[in-house]
Design a protein around this ligand. Structure first.
Ligand code: DPP
Ligand code: ZN
Length: 873
């Protein structure tokens, strides 16, 4: 396979200043006329040929300055249009192509979904619409005329501001849109269909009135207001916190039902997976509301970090994605609970990114090479990319960080940039050398930090020795020490932070570990403290310490840093879970840690008023957390059993307080999705989950009652989730009831799919296979595939990893089936294999066999081929 390498980057030989597109819609024969103002790039090669990208395109005609080119002047294939001798000055290139949006099952480029037309151009979809210099460093001003049948497509949308609209004759209408902001082709969008509009206005910082519009299917208007409000709140926040104002007359969000990703930040016209727009109390859970708010914010924030300043090439993807994830995390932190958001983000980082980073698909935040860019929209680029920004802020401080961001916006507005240009802004304002910091972009792998501590009572010193090691990853056998910000507190027996003194002077709390080993000697320490390390998760590292369980249980109660209060309890639980797995495999009795129950009990105490935080404290580490802690020779069944046993142990010890908490937290009054109400429900469900542990009849009865009496989707789905963990009659009855109630609503059937696909029960695979044959399932719809097959592969550790290998074979089989129709979704499904090498030998062998069978299949797409090659590599 052809690798694209960062080291081979060259500026484009030509630039395109304006694009005039005329899109004449037809279900099978859409005609696209592109008039491009082209000129040689002074930074490109002289006398170069003009080579335009295409993908499955059919050329109708091509002309330069109005004169049609003869066949011998061009070289053309579905993938390329090459003009050997274009004019050496500016010229107008007119290209006519014909495309079939109905046949476009890949959902890249222009496609039809439920009688609407939609585009998706990131990363390389525009070349499926017309031949183009489809690379992010070619920025053009677009004017787009769309024409379609008035009855089917009364609504015609594109980027920018609406210039003109009207009848086009023969029952057709047209609209002309103009986007004054130069943009790369991946931000182009077009939507045409018959959709309902829900709208509002927003007055910007400088007093301009902007129309804010959300488009949904007719009949779903009542599910749009939350997204609409989230847009306005995002706009206000970006003005207040980053000083960024919106820059067009209208901001539009369109919800579509067939979508490969979560959403797309096309300039002025964001296209969303409907799952991340539509919400009402009866149809959306608290988690859905939170996701909608975060993703609306994310895509909106791209307007500055991604659109106004874009990426020079796709290796710089984290320039926009890591930064924009950081920005949406901050928005949520300001909107909801900051500590809880941090805990949730770290859980997600560990589950997805640490897992990726420890296996065969590990890659740097900025990759050096790719065979298929679609496969690099990863937790490493996104979530680790955001952690890198967060570390930068910790290292240089909030004022310098803000000054650096302002400089970046000022200096690079309108440009396509690199990570080096971004980091240079922070180096400049802070006066720091950020050379070593760049290793976070170059080196893959999660750094492992090992801490040893020693207290010297006579000298009143406390010594912290931190050793760091970055493990080898594919293509990177040896690593250098990174600069690791370790935010540290020393907690005294009274629970208060001690002053930090090093070499006679106040120090910290940020300590930058820059060597393989760093020793910090704290002075004037009157008693042995408990070290609170990496407060607020100040670096994305895997930490092991010599802190005792006593230290950790003390920190779980007393640390002033809420993240570390949570982390301390998790670490004790994780240690216990690993010990249980070891004992089980050795045939020894389960080791108990009764004091864990005291820590969990605090979460359910009536005096605990931060319900969302409490719910996080009460939630045990995941099976994936335990698997990663064990690291090799992993047996998912043993882990599941150990975790179930600990849960049952806690449920028995805390039966009284759990029942009391559940009763106390049951909602009265109408549903509201606000953070405080959602937190209350989260803790209530956590209590219920314990009460029903091991299928306890009393807990199951409560779950059934909650299900039956639910007045909102959160209670209903959470109760169903609890019931689904056990093979009980109540489970089957509730699943049947849920299906009957919501069978006409695909997004709710997705929830029903997901719950069944993730149940840790031996009949789950059969059930999933059976569900795939029902009319509710549609392999052409990515949401259906992800809810059923994706959830089975990536959200069901015991059943995907069945010892007989049938789970692997199943996911591999579906990926092969999708390889031809939607390679991007197929490749995503195979992400379930990212940790296969850590399994015990029998499962490892079966997983490898499943991957090898895919690798050997004929006609693999670049997407699937790349994933299996790297997974096996
Ligand atoms: N739409 C995806 C995102 O916003 C890719 N840009 O992350
Ligand atoms: Zn993004």
């Amino acid at each position: 396979p052809q690798l694209v390498r960062l080291a081979d980057y060259r500026p484009s030989d030509f630039l395109i200043d304006t694009v005039d597109l005329d899109v004449n819609l037809d279900p099978h024969a859409t005609r696209v006329t592109a008039r491009l103002k082209v000129r040689p790039n002074p930074e490109g090669r002289e006398n170069a040929a003009l080579a335009l990208d295409g993908d499955e395109l059919k050329l109708v005609s091509v002309a330069i300055d109005g004169a049609e080119l003869e066949a011998d002047a061009i070289e053309v294939s579905p993938e390329r249009l090459s003009i050997a001798n274009p004019p050496r000055g500016p010229f107008e290139l007119t290209i006519v192509t014909k495309i079939d949006p109905t046949a476009n099952t890949r959902l890249m480029g222009l496609y039809r979904s439920n009688a609407s037309y939609t585009t998706q151009c990131e990363a390389e979809g525009f070349r499926r619409i017309t031949y183009f210099l489809d690379r992010p460093d070619v920025l053009a001003v677009y004017t787009t005329r769309i024409e379609g049948p008035t009855d089917e497509t009364p609504l015609l949308l594109s980027n920018g501001n609406l210039m003109e609209t009207g009848p086009a004759g023969r029952g057709r209408s047209y609209a002309v849109w103009h986007d004054p902001h130069p943009k790369p082709s991946y931000l182009f969008a077009l939507v045409a269909g018959d959709l309902a509009k829900v709208s509002d206005t927003f007055v910007t910082l400088s007093g301009r009135t902007v129309a804010v519009e959300v488009f949904v299917e007719h009949g779903k208007e009542d599910r749009a207001p939350y997204a609409l409000d989230a847009i306005k709140r995002s706009m206000r926040w970006d003005e207040e916190v980053f000083g960024r104002e919106y820059d067009l007359d209208v901001f539009m969000v369109v919800a579509v039902s067939h979508f490969n990703m979560g959403a797309m930040e096309n300039k002025g016209l964001n296209v969303f997976n409907d799952k991340y727009v539509l919400a009402s109390p009866e149809t959306a859970t608290d988690g859905d509301y939170a996701n909608i708010e975060a993703i609306i914010a994310h895509e909106y924030f791209h307007n500055w970090t991604g659109n106004r300043i874009t990426c020079r090439d796709w290796f710089q993807l984290c320039l926009k994605e890591g930064l924009t994830v950081f920005r949406d995390q901050e928005f949520t932190s300001d909107t909801r609970s900051r500590p809880v958001k941090r805990i949730q983000d770290v859980r997600a980082l560990r589950a997805a990114q640490f897992a990726e980073d420890s296996g065969p698909l590990a890659h740097p935040v900025r990759p050096q090479a790719y065979a298929e860019i679609n496969n690099f929209y990863t937790p490493t680029v996104y979530e680790k990319g955001a952690e890198v920004i967060r570390m930068l802020k910790v290292l240089i401080g909030p004022e310098a960080f803000k000054a650096g961001m302002d400089l970046y916006f000022d200096r690079h507005d309108g440009q396509a940039c690199t990570i080096e240009q971004f980091i240079a802004c922070f180096a400049e304002v802070s006066g720091r050398d950020l050379g070593q910091f760049m290793l976070w972009y170059h080196q893959a792998g999660t750094p492992e930090v090992t801490i040893r501590t020693a207290y010297d009572a006579a000298a009143k010193t406390f010594t912290v020795t931190a050793a760091q090691r970055v493990p080898a990853t594919p293509g990177q056998p040896t690593k250098q020490p990174a600069v690791v910000p370790m935010v540290t507190g020393l907690v005294g027996p009274d629970g208060a932070d001690m002053p930090l003194v090093i070499a006679g002077a106040p120090a910290g709390p940020v300590f930058a570990l820059t060597e393989a080993e760093t020793t910090l000697v704290f002075e004037q320490v009157p008693v042995r403290p408990a070290a609170s390390l990496f407060r607020n998760f100040s670096a994305p590292v895997k930490l092991s310490t010599d802190l005792t369980d006593d230290d950790l249980l003390f920190l779980a109660k007393s640390d002033s840093d809420p993240f570390n209060r949570w982390q301390a309890g998790q670490t004790v639980a994780l240690r216990n879970l690993v010990a249980r797995v070891d004992a089980q495999r050795a045939g020894a009795p389960a080791p108990e840690e009764p004091r864990l129950a005291e820590a969990v009990a605090r979460a359910f105490d009536p005096s605990e008023t931060d319900h969302a935080f409490a719910a996080q404290v009460a939630a045990l580490p995941s099976e994936g957390d335990v698997a990663r802690e064990i690291g090799e020779d992993v047996d998912p069944d043993a882990i599941h059993a150990a975790r179930a046993a600990l849960k049952l142990d806690l449920a028995r010890r805390l039966a009284g307080p759990l029942a009391a908490a559940f009763e106390r937290l049951v909602d009265e009054g109408p549903y509201s999705p606000d953070a405080a109400s959602a937190s209350r429900r989260a803790l209530k469900i956590s209590a219920l989950d314990y009460l029903a542990a091991g299928g306890a009849p009393d807990g199951v009865a409560r779950a059934k009652a909650l299900y039956d009496g639910a007045t909102n989707m959160t209670d209903r789905i959470m109760a169903l989730q609890v019931l689904s963990l056990s093979a009980s009659d109540a489970r089957d009855a509730a699943l049947a009831d849920f299906h009957d109630r919501y069978k006409s609503d695909p997004l709710l059937i997705d929830k029903w799919f997901l719950i069944q696909a993730s149940a840790p029960l031996p009949d789950t695979l059969d059930r999933v296979r059976a569900l795939m044959t029902t009319p509710a399932f549609d392999i052409r719809n990515p949401n259906r595939v992800r809810s059923l097959v994706g959830a089975f592969g990536s959200g069901n550790p015991t059943q995907f990893n069945r010892a007989d290998g049938l789970g692997y074979a199943f996911v591999a089989e579906v990926a092969r089936e999708l390889n031809g129709t939607n390679p991007q979704v197929a490749a995503r499904l195979l992400g379930a294999f990212k940790t296969w090498r850590a399994l015990e030998p029998v499962r490892r062998g079966k997983a490898e066999a499943a991957l090898r069978a895919v690798a050997a299949a004929p006609g693999l797409s670049p997407d699937v081929g790349d994933i299996v090659r790297r997974a096996l590599g």
